[in-house]
Design a protein around this ligand. Structure first.
Ligand code: NAG
Length: 257
C-alpha cells in the first residue's frame, strides 16, 4: 500500500476498536467508503471494498452446548463465551459460494501472528475449535469461505505481502462478530445457562439487541450449540436484514442452554 493510504488507514484503525482492522483499501482507489453496503444499489461496485458475494452468513458457536451435546467429539473445556465458527459469503441472491480460486495455506497461525499479533491474540480467544487444533479450523474456513470474499484477492493490494489476504479477511470477520456478539444479547435478554428456552424466547432476545437480525438456531442433541445469522457486508462489518435460508435445527421448545 502507498504511504498516503497507510496513513489514512492507521488513522481509521486508531479510531476503531483495538481488534478491528476492517478496511481494505486498494491504493489506486483510496479508502473504502465506510457507509457502502453490499447487495444494495447504493453499494460500491469495487470488489476490493465490498465482497461480490455480499450476503454473509455469520455463524457463532456456543461450544459449551456443543460439548454437552457431543462430549466424545469435544476435545476442549469451553469457556462461557460465544465464539466464531465462520463468516460465509453467499451471492446477493443467497446462494452459498465455496472453494473459490486463490491460495490455500498450511501456516495460517504463523502468518497471522507475524502480520498482526493483536489479531492473532483475538483469534485465539474468539475463533476456537472444539478439536483443540485451531490451525486446521482456520485453514478450512479460509480455504472454503475466505477465498470467496473478494476483498482478500491479492490484486486488491498494491504491493501484496505474505499474510495481507488472511489479515484482511480474518480481521473483518472478527470485527463482524464483535458487532453482533451474541453474549451481549443473551445477557440483555435474560437467557442464562442451565435453563431451557423456546426458540421464540431466544429469537426475541437476539432481535431485542440486534433488530432485524435473521437467525437459525442450531442444536446438538437438544443443546443450543450454534446460531447462524445473515447480514449484508459493509467494509467494517455488516448490517442486519438479510434473509436467512437455513431453518432451525433446534426444536421449538425445550432448548437447553
Ligand atoms: C469445498 O471443499 C470442501 C473441502 O474439500 C468440501 O468439503 C466441500 O464440499 C466443497 N464445497 C463445494 C460446494 O464443493
Amino acid at each position: 500500500m502507498h504511504i498516503s493510504s497507510a496513513v489514512v488507514l492507521s488513522a481509521l484503525v486508531a479510531s476503531a476498536s483495538a481488534t478491528s482492522l476492517p478496511f481494505n483499501p486498494r491504493a489506486s482507489k483510496g479508502v473504502c467508503s465506510a457507509t457502502a453496503e453490499a447487495c444494495s444499489s447504493s453499494g460500491s461496485s469495487d470488489s476490493c471494498c465490498l465482497p461480490t458475494n455480499g450476503h454473509i452468513v455469520l455463524s457463532q458457536q456456543w461450544l459449551k452446548g456443543y460439548c454437552a451435546g457431543n462430549p466424545s467429539g469435544c476435545k476442549i473445556t469451553p469457556t462461557n463465551s460465544w465464539t466464531i465458527h465462520g463468516a460465509w459469503p453467499d451471492t446477493c441472491a443467497g446462494v452459498n459460494k465455496e472453494n473459490c480460486s486463490g491460495p490455500t495455506y498450511t501456516n495460517i497461525a504463523t502468518q497471522v501472528k507475524n502480520i498482526n499479533p493483536t489479531l492473532y491474540a483475538s483469534m485465539v480467544k474468539t475463533w476456537v475449535s472444539y478439536t483443540g487444533v485451531d490451525e486446521t479450523f482456520w485453514e478450512h474456513e479460509w480455504s472454503t469461505h475466505g477465498r470467496c470474499w473478494s476483498p482478500a484477492a491479492k490484486t486488491c493490494f498494491s504491493s501484496f505481502k505474505t499474510g495481507d489476504d488472511l489479515q484482511a479477511y480474518f480481521s473483518w470477520v472478527v470485527a463482524l462478530r464483535n458487532q453482533f456478539e451474541l453474549g451481549k444479547a443473551f445477557t440483555a435478554g435474560g437467557i442464562t445457562t442451565g435453563k431451557t428456552y423456546t426458540a421464540k424466547q431466544i429469537r426475541a432476545a437476539i432481535t431485542k439487541t440486534y433488530p432485524g437480525l435473521n437467525v437459525a438456531l442450531i442444536c446438538t442433541n437438544g443443546y443450543l450449540s450454534e446460531v447462524y445469522s445473515a447480514v449484508y457486508a459493509t467494509p467494517s462489518g455488516g448490517v442486519a436484514g438479510a434473509p436467512i435460508s437455513d431453518s432451525d435445527s433446534c426444536s421449538a421448545s425445550g432448548i437447553k442452554f
